[in-house]
Design a protein around this ligand. Structure first.
Ligand code: FE2
Ligand code: FE2
Length: 305
C-alpha cells in the first residue's frame, strides 16, 4: 500500500510521487553497453529526445488538470507530471557528458525542439479548436506512454544487460526511469479516457504516436551511429577509436538479436495491443517488478535519504 497526500491506494493505482534522483556520470564509459555502439546510441536517444518530449507532455497533462474533477485521478496526474519532469532533468544531465565527448547532439536537439514546439505545440488555438487539439495531444501522449511503460518493463526484465556488464550507473538510470514508467502506466490513459475517451481518436493517435516515435528513434540513433563512423577525430578518445563497418540497419538487427534493444516486431505487437477496443494498461500484467526495483534502485534509495 502506498500513501500520498493523505490518500491511501490499495489496488494497482499506486500513489504516484516524484523521486529527486541524481546521477554522477564521471566514471561512465561512453560506450556504456560493451562492444555495441549501435545499442549504446539507441539508448542515447532517450537522453536527447525524451527531455523535451516529457516536458511537453507534462505541460499538456497539466493543462488537462482543469478538466479532471475526479480527486484521485487529479492527484495521480499531478504525480505523473512531477515524475516526467524529473525524468527530463535526469536524462538532460547526460547531454553535457555526450557533448564533452564529441557527440554531435545539436542537430538532434533542433529536430526534437521543432517537433515539440512547432508540430505538437498549442498553435495558439483557443475555444473548440483549442479543446480538440488538447484532446488529440492527450491521445498521442497516452499512446506514447504505453510504449514507455512496455519498454520500461523490457528494461527491467533484460538479464542480458547484467550478463554483459552494462555500466551500473547508466543501467540504474534506464531501469529507474523504466520502473516509474511502469508504475504510472495507467495515468495518461485514464486521463485521456476521462477527458475524451473516443475510440477512433485513440486508434488514430496511437498510429501517429508509434510512427512518430519510430521515425524519431531510428533517425536519431542512425545519425549518432553514422557520425561516429564518418568523423575521423583521433583526439576524441574512446568515441572515434573504432570504425564501425556495419550499416546501421544491420547494426540494429544485430543489437536486437543480442537482446540489447527491442526488435521491430515489438513496436507492431504493442500497437496492436493498445488499439484493442477493451484495452487498459492494467491488463498488461502486474507492476510488482517496478515497485521492487524502485525499492532497490541506488538512485531512488539515495533520493529518499
Ligand atoms: Fe518518463
Ligand atoms: Fe511516463
Amino acid at each position: 500500500m502506498n500513501k500520498s497526500h493523505g490518500v491511501e491506494y490499495t489496488d494497482e493505482s499506486y500513489a504516484i510521487t516524484a523521486r529527486a534522483v541524481k546521477f554522477d556520470w564521471t566514471d561512465v564509459p561512453l560506450q556504456y553497453i560493451p562492444n555495441d555502439w549501435y545499442a549504446t546510441h539507441f539508448w542515447n536517444v532517450m537522453h536527447l529526445v525524451l527531455p523535451e518530449g516529457e516536458r511537453a507532455m507534462a505541460d499538456v497533462f497539466a493543462r488537462a488538470l482543469t478538466l479532471i474533477d475526479d480527486r484521485r485521478l487529479h492527484e495521480e496526474v499531478v504525480g505523473f507530471v512531477g515524475q516526467e519532469t524529473t525524468h527530463a532533468a535526469s536524462h538532460e544531465s547526460f547531454r553535457d557528458y555526450l557533448r564533452t565527448h564529441g557527440v554531435d547532439v545539436d542537430p538532434v536537439l533542433t529536430r526534437i525542439g521543432y517537433a515539440v514546439d512547432v508540430v505538437f505545440g498549442d498553435h495558439g488555438l483557443r475555444g473548440r479548436a483549442g479543446r480538440a487539439w488538447l484532446h488529440e495531444r492527450l491521445g498521442i501522449y497516452a499512446a506514447a506512454e504505453h510504449f514507455t511503460a512496455v519498454v520500461g518493463e523490457w528494461l527491467l526484465d533484460n538479464a542480458e544487460f547484467d550478463r554483459i556488464g552494462v555500466d551500473p550507473t547508466m543501467l540504474d538510470l534506464l531501469r529507474w526511469h523504466g520502473a516509474e514508467e511502469l508504475e504510472h502506466r495507467n495515468v495518461a490513459f485514464d486521463a485521456y479516457q476521462y477527458v475524451d475517451g473516443g475510440y477512433f481518436r485513440r486508434v488514430r493517435t496511437a498510429v501517429i504516436a508509434s510512427a512518430g516515435l519510430a521515425l524519431l528513434w531510428f533517425t536519431t540513433a542512425s545519425h549518432l551511429y553514422r557520425d561516429r563512423v564518418a568523423t575521423p577525430a583521433p583526439t576524441r578518445r574512446g568515441y572515434f577509436s573504432g570504425r564501425a563497418r556495419t550499416p546501421w540497419p544491420l547494426a540494429f538487427a544485430r543489437a536486437s538479436r543480442r537482446h540489447l534493444i527491442p526488435g521491430l516486431s515489438f513496436l507492431f505487437v504493442q500497437l496492436a495491443l493498445y488499439v484493442r477496443p477493451g484495452f487498459h494498461p492494467s491488463s498488461m500484467g502486474n507492476i510488482d517488478k517496478a515497485v521492487r526495483y524502485l525499492a532497490l534502485s541506488p538512485a531512488a534509495v539515495a533520493a529518499q535519504q
